[in-house]
Ligand binder design. Structure first.
Ligand SMILES: NC(=O)c1ccc[n+]([C@@H]2O[C@H](COP(=O)([O-])OP(=O)(O)OC[C@H]3O[C@@H](n4cnc5c(N)ncnc54)[C@H](O)[C@@H]3O)[C@@H](O)[C@H]2O)c1
Length: 441
């Protein structure tokens, strides 16, 4: 199939590369010429595991362009994956409308049938409202006749985008009409190794289903963190033992059920807030989403006060983990960054380390913290160490990293990933496992 992907960012670049690596002819369009050049030079424009391999596999089937008028008319379908930033808690369609207008203008005067597929996360009501209006106005065509309009979000997690795109649990399709949905479904049939269940429906149900998936998952995360907090007040309690047991119940399931730190990143926090805003707008109540968000925000306070109780005033703290999760440089809504910032504001000397996110975190934290090139270097400068992401690099730390100067350090292990052998040379406090000794909680 001939496909255009509009937006070559964290999600768009991997999607374009996956589609092309599986035999489609793909043109990736972005206003950022650096990203277009990268694609044309066969380089990954963003950091994502497996992306470069997909680009290599795609070879000449993947090219970049900034020219909608030249690129769009020869394609069957365009996937729009541009930002939808949150303003006052709701997603704005500004960039989507801009992209759709450019696609529409490129289609005007041509007669090839085309489907515009919105992949960006949008507020329910958007596709059938201002997006449809912008497409019809710019193209001079009527949606459902010579142009189709679909809403088809991807369910991916940064760090595993390529895998998630190739092996989705389901395809969610909101469609203007059957023909449009058929063309979109055919693009997946031409791409995926195994077709998952396909759920086809109207636009608004698909828009609501997308943010409902994310808010349901965040509810599980906050539930596990609430449980961890309870375990920290209950002698002998261990959150991992409890979540392993309840996750074995098939009605609950074990995924995203790990009491540790809160969720972050570009999607979960804002989707939850948008869901609650949507409810308010339509005169309904989303109190589970609001509680989920409140519990999530509390996790930073919980760890900061634990560190202060354990380390005392003005202790030197190493924060290991600045990305919002392992395997990505993204620091948006990262609880590691929030913890580092709060401790620095409280007067602690803070040194930070992360395998991929040091530059991104530096741009946010400035010189309020010291950046260390390695976890070992950060540990050597601190009295108390906090491990905020379950990165493999931290799980592989050896006792030697803690013994350089003979000082015995306290280590707050939020994800309980450090090898037990480190307990011989440092005092490990496992978040979520009974009251911490000396922590007064
Ligand atoms: N990143 C994720 O984990 C993720 C997951 C699910 C859904 N989404 C959704 O996907 C969308 C894109 O997210 P992202 O993280 O890839 O964003 P991003 O900021 O990484 O990339 C967006 C790209 O779109 C380009 N762009 C903006 N306006 C454009 C236009 N008019 N024409 C062409 N290109 C344009 C930008 O230059 C940028 O390269 C958002 O709606 C987001 O909510 C993202």
């Amino acid at each position: 199939m001939r496909i255009a992907v509009i937006g070559l960012g964290k999600l768009g670049a991997p999607l374009a590369a996956v589609l092309a690596s599986r035999g489609n002819e793909v043109v990736g369009i972005d206003l950022n010429s650096g990203f277009v050049d990268a694609i044309n030079q066969g380089r990954a424009p963003v950091v994502e595991p497996g992306l470069q391999e997909c680009i290599d596999l795609a070879g000449g089937r993947l090219r970049g362009s900034s020219d909608f008028a030249a690129a769009i008319p020869g394609t069957d379908i365009s996937f729009v994956i541009v930002p939808t930033p949150s303003v006052d808690g709701v997603f704005t369609n500004r960039y989507v409308i801009d992209a759709v207008r450019r696609i529409g203008a490129a289609l005007r005067g041509t007669d090839r049938y085309h489907v515009v597929n919105i992949t960006s996360t949008v507020m329910p009501g958007s596709t059938g409202g201002e997006i449809r209006a912008a497409l019809e106005e710019a193209s001079g065509r009527v949606v459902g006749q010579t142009v189709g309009l679909t809403y088809n979000p991807e369910f991916i997690a940064l760090g595993s985008v390529v895998r998630d795109l190739l092996h989705p649990d389901m395809l969610l399709i909101g469609e203007s009409d059957v023909r449009a949905g058929d063309v979109l479904e055919a693009s997946y049939r031409a791409t995926l190794p195994v077709m998952p269940p396909v759920r086809r429906m109207g636009w608004v149900n698909a828009e609501l289903a997308k943010i409902s998936v994310n808010t349901f998952v965040t509810t599980k995360i906050s539930y596990a963190n609430m449980l961890a907090e309870i375990c920290e007040h209950l002698p002998g309690a261990d959150v991992d033992v409890v979540t392993a047991a309840i996750g074995a119940d098939s009605r609950i399931g074990g995924k995203y059920l790990r009491g540790a730190l809160g969720y972050g990143g570009p999607c979960f926090p804002r989707d939850n807030v948008a869901f609650a805003q949507l409810a308010r707008r339509v005169g309904a109540v989303a109190d589970i989403a609001e509680a989920t968000d409140a519990i999530n925000r509390r996790q930073v306070d919980r760890i900061v006060s634990l560190v202060e109780r354990l380390g005392g005033v003005n202790c030197a703290v190493a924060v290991l983990g600045l990305a919002y999760k392992p395997q990505t440089p993204v620091v948006e809504e990262s609880q590691g960054v929030m913890i580092a910032r709060r401790l620095a504001q409280a007067g602690h000397a803070v040194v930070v380390a992360d395998p991929l996110a040091l530059d991104g975190a530096g741009a946010v934290l400035g010189d309020s913290v010291l950046a260390a090139a390695t976890a070992e270097a950060a540990i050597s400068m601190a009295e108390i160490v906090v491990v905020t992401t379950p990165a493999a690099e931290f799980a592989a730390l050896s006792p030697g990293a803690f013994t350089a100067d003979g000082r015995r350090r306290i280590v707050v292990d939020c994800w309980r990933i450090l090898p037990a052998s480190i307990g011989e040379v440092a005092d490990i406090v496992h978040v979520g496992r009974g009251p911490a000794e000396g922590a007064g909680r």
